[in-house]
Design a protein around this ligand. Structure first.
Ligand code: NI
Length: 133
């Protein structure tokens, strides 16, 4: 991939803060850090379009003693085109965590994640990673 160099003008104080930021994050140089910031900003902008294809990892924690496994599986079977797969982890005697990979339009996968989060008995649910495709 061709690399283009360009210069930018920024207040000195902001550059000092940025240098502290990139050192704390472990970047090797400003270019790496700026590239990441650009990519994140563009991805965020693309995901704001509900029609844009996207992939996401949705995590939720729930109490399996409340017969939630059945409800969650039932709900997940309603979205065969969007739900790629789920990993189930037993946290302790009562709590479980599931990470579900969703693929579809950004709007649809967000709606599915919201719907799963709102099932009664779900302790917490959140889209933990989302990227445009
Ligand atoms: Ni479990």
């Amino acid at each position: 991939m061709a690399v283009r160099r360009f210069s930018i003008s920024i207040d000195e104080e902001l550059v000092e803060k940025f240098d502290e930021f990139i050192e704390a994050r472990g970047y090797n140089n400003r270019s790496e850090a700026i590239r990441d910031l650009f990519q994140n900003a563009i991805a965020k902008s693309e995901l704001s379009d509900p029609e844009k294809p996207a992939i996401g990892a949705f995590g939720l924690v729930f109490d399996h003693s409340k017969h939630l496994n059945h409800k969650l599986v039932h709900e997940q079977h309603r979205y065969l085109d969007e739900i790629v797969g789920t990993m189930h982890v037993h946290i302790d005697e009562s709590r479980c965590m599931e990470v579900t990979v969703l693929r579809g339009t950004a709007g649809k996968i967000d709606k599915i994640a919201d719907k799963l989060s709102r099932i009664r008995g779900v302790i917490s649910g959140k889209m933990i990673f989302e990227a445009p495709l």
